[in-house]
Design a protein around this ligand. Sequence first.
Ligand code: MG
Length: 369
Amino acid sequence: MVMRISKISAYRVELPLHEGSYKWSGGKSVDVFDSTIVRIETDEGVEGFGEACPLGPYYLPAYASGVRAGVAELAPHLLGEDPLQLGKLNVLMDAALKGHAYVKSAIDIACWDILGKVAGQPVCHLLGGRYGEDFVLYRAISQESPEAMAQRVADYRQQGYRRFQLKVGGDPDTDIERIRAVAAVLQPGDRLVADANTGWLPHEAMRVIRGVRDIDVYIEQPCLTYEECLNIRRHCDHPFVLDEVIDGVDVLLRGRNDLAMDVVNIKISKFGGLTKARQARDLCASLGIAMTIEDSWGGDIATAAIAHLAHSTPTPLLFSSTDFNSYVTVSTAEGAPKRIHGRLAASLSPGLGIRPRMEVLGKPVIEVS
Ligand code: MG
């Protein structure tokens, strides 16, 4: 018997930040995240939820109202389709709307939630299995003065985090100071990443990597293009992470052939949902490429989806993951994973293991049935 999608709704939720704002390269910042939660209902009464939350409109080619416009565009094509046949559903979405991976992500996640509920299994089991009791998180450190960033790291260290991702990609001399100031407050076993988020020109990146040569720091996405990053990589003896330019398996394989990175950042919405992010994850795992598994941003539902993908990744290959729901002041669901000592665990309940707070979601902004 085939289950059928009977209704697709979308909700808009604002997610303010405990720190007030989040700042990264090039003066970009967000004060309140604009998140879209997608609800998929079926003719058998089982429903699923997914979330997509771009990091503002200027991080990746994705923006918040684009998620909703895209869901409205796709929804009529999906009514009557089986949410459990996820490969086929992704082929259908790609045929109906070219590109726009981030639009498809929340729909795909909601269908995984349904699949888990029908199977009576947490999504992480269906994505490959649960490795260990929990997994390691990093904390993103918003771009501020070197002293302020060092203080943030010291504070988040007190909360249990041991991995820190500094938002650099600004003035190269100040960035060298940022990395040095933070490195000075770290303890043995801690790990430091300097994420430029494409913000350095090649000559600036070259100066920064020389300026921090004696420090144990990973360099993440220094420049805008793949070729620029590859050139920096070849002049750099730090471990190297690619993020923004890795948005599909083709560029992942190119990066593997060029030995362009040691770690890649897999964001669920950058790849288009759990189905495609899992494909990239499994490929990386087979190739021995470590991963940070996360999304662009989000609240409880995105964090739950991240946790299922991260927890189902073989532990040695999971460099880090994120608990975005601890950065924001609004809770959109019960049952979402909560950080303990800088670590997180996926829910053991069927599906994503979350129950949305419908009073927080409010009235849907899109309803297609
Ligand atoms: Mg990054």
